[in-house]
Write a protein that binds this ligand. Structure first.
Ligand code: FMN
Length: 214
């Protein structure tokens, strides 16, 4: 089988630019505009982001999660607190995340400390999810080794038997984390690899904006 020639794969980036006057002083406002663009461009799961965590001795790991909220206090996602990422965040409560809106030739990167959100907020989100997803969260010992697929199906069946169509209590091991935004960078692909990169860094209650070389 002939494999694709990775070395010859290249894309021209020339869709758009990002200058300081367009970007403005408020990165959350800019993020909102870019997210709207991603939604109106019908990008599939525009809220998907790669989330990087690390052990205290600096071994990184990365996976996709879904962004479920963003405001001045940070970016929220939901997961199993006892998963690999959960353990890493409890021991080393910092994360970085990147979102790719490829058809728009845009990337957003954030970094900052991570905290659990309030239990009431996790409850509210958990109960807004489809019933099957609630049972799935309850049933899955995320990131642990399991014997086979049938073991997982059996855990789910146990949860379904216990709760039927009734309300599923949010398990204590499942909930939200918030990444407090210390920095947020917007990348717009440009011609000849002269991409635009604007990074906002939190300075107290305000932001400073700086341009990075691509
Ligand atoms: C598109 C997509 C969205 C996902 N969203 C989430 C999510 O919001 N929360 C989550 O815990 N896992 C999500 N996952 C699964 C994670 O990528 C990962 O497999 C899981 O969280 C276990 O990661 P860990 O073992 O590093 O903790 C998603 C995966 C994909 C591909």
């Amino acid at each position: 089988m002939e494999s694709p020639d990775l070395a010859r794969m290249r894309e021209t980036y020339a869709r758009d630019g990002l200058d300081e006057s367009q970007a403005g002083d408020d990165p959350l406002h800019l993020f909102g505009r870019w997210l709207d663009d991603a939604v109106s461009s019908q990008i599939h799961e525009p809220n998907a982001m790669a989330l990087a965590t690390a052990t205290p001795d600096g071994r990184p790991s990365v996976r996709i999660v879904l962004l479920k909220g963003i405001d001045d206090s940070g970016m929220t996602f939901y997961t199993n607190y006892e998963s690999r990422k959960g353990h890493e965040l409890e021991a080393n409560p910092r994360a970085a995340a990147a979102m790719l809106w490829h058809p728009l030739q845009r990337q957003v990167r954030v970094e900052g400390p991570v905290t659990r959100i309030a239990d009431e907020d996790s409850d509210a989100y958990f109960h807004s999810r489809p019933h099957g997803s609630q049972l799935g969260a309850l049933a899955s010992p995320q990131s642990t080794v399991i014997a086979d697929r049938s073991a997982l199906v059996a855990y789910y069946a146990d949860a379904a038997r216990a709760y039927g169509d009734g309300e599923v209590p949010r398990p204590a091991y499942w909930g939200g984390y918030r990444i407090e935004l210390e920095s947020i960078e917007f990348w717009q692909g440009r011609e000849s690899r002269l991409h635009d990169r604007l990074r906002y860094v939190r300075a107290g209650s305000a932001w400073t904006r700086e341009r990075l070389a691509p």
